[in-house]
Design a protein around this ligand. Structure first.
Ligand code: NCD
Length: 302
């Protein structure tokens, strides 16, 4: 199977997927303490391709780490400059070619290849397709939320920042809308229509920063994002979360950010009990291990 959209693994599978993530997480902890763990041979003999035609730190390295931790291997193109895209090759041709060499391929590019509906020679995992989606990030976000609240139901989530160009929020809103009782508040540039074709969902557009601040005590999750200047973000000054504002939130609420951050979360917030964005990026490895197990290991529990 391909993982092009955050809904490609349906919500009915989340309990099983998250159980695999938990197993991976615990095994990683045991392995860090020097124990032998069975996960270290799950991907033996498997080869992952990582084709990143746009910059990446977390997505690429956590996929590569995930594959290595499971005893598999990967091949990649040196960050951006090394691929034939530089010679004018189309992204489609590059994906077609590399998909012939590997067992699964993670792709990041500046075009919305996730919407092509094309199949390739191996499963393709969307590592970010332009301003469209970033499904594996949404699964990391969902797992982080699930760990904090024990559920993905009845939540009030605010998404803040460049909602027009930010692919992580596009994927997360699609994932969360599968549970129609979640309330999603939005503050920032307008999210394009295809991502918010809701049926019963509750969407609250917050018109200004004052209303967002009034909403902070009601939130379970505050999801901050940066201005996507490379995609033509309007360059407006972002809403900046500082400790004083973070402390208006409920003590059990969490603050997420897909990272990288710019100035939208002041570093003083890192010490706040609600700050969960580094835990979120740490979850990247076990979640991506579970995704690889789902796709290449047929979702078998370990
Ligand atoms: C995000 C992305 O690439 O869309 N980064 C990530 O993979 N965690 C967010 C961003 O770049 O703003």
């Amino acid at each position: 199977m391909d993982l092009m959209r955050s809904t490609d693994i349906g919500r009915q599978h989340f309990p099983q997927l998250f159980e695999i993530v938990e197993d991976m997480r615990k095994s990683l902890e045991l392995s860090a303490r020097g124990h032998n763990v069975s996960i270290s041979s799950l991907m033996q003999g498997k080869l992952l391709g990582t084709l990143f035609l746009e910059p990446s730190t977390r997505t690429r390295l956590s996929f590569e780490a995930a594959m290595k931790r499971m005893g598999g291997d990967f091949i990649s193109v040196p960050a951006g400059e090394g691929s034939s895209a530089k010679k004018g090759e189309s992204i489609r041709d590059t994906i077609l070619t590399v998909s012939q060499y590997v067992d699964a391929l993670v792709v990041r590019a500046d075009s919305a290849f996730g919407t092509w509906g094309q199949s390739f020679d191996c499963p393709i995992i969307n590592g970010g397709d332009g301003a469209n989606e970033h499904p594996t990030q949404a699964l990391i976000d969902a797992y982080t939320i699930y760990r904090a609240f024990g559920s993905l139901e009845n939540l009030t989530v605010a998404m803040v920042g460049d909602l027009k160009h930010g692919r992580t929020v596009h994927s997360l809103v699609r994932l969360l809308r599968q549970n129609t009782n979640n309330t999603i508040c939005m503050f920032g540039s307008d999210m394009p229509h295809p991502y918010i074709q809701f049926h019963n969902d509750k969407i609250v557009n917050l018109p200004d920063a004052g209303v967002l601040i009034d909403y902070l005590p009601k939130l379970d999750v505050l999801y901050m994002t940066r201005n996507q200047t490379e995609r033509g973000s309007d360059g407006k000054e972002p809403f900046i979360l500082n400790s004083k504002l973070a402390n208006l939130m409920h003590p059990d609420a969490i603050i997420l950010h897909p990272m990288p951050r710019r100035k939208e979360i002041h570093p003083e917030v890192d010490k706040n009990e609600r700050a969960a964005y580094f835990e979120q990026s740490k979850n990247g490895v076990p979640v991506r291990m579970a995704i690889l197990q789902w796709i290449l290991g047929n979702g078998r529990p370990i």
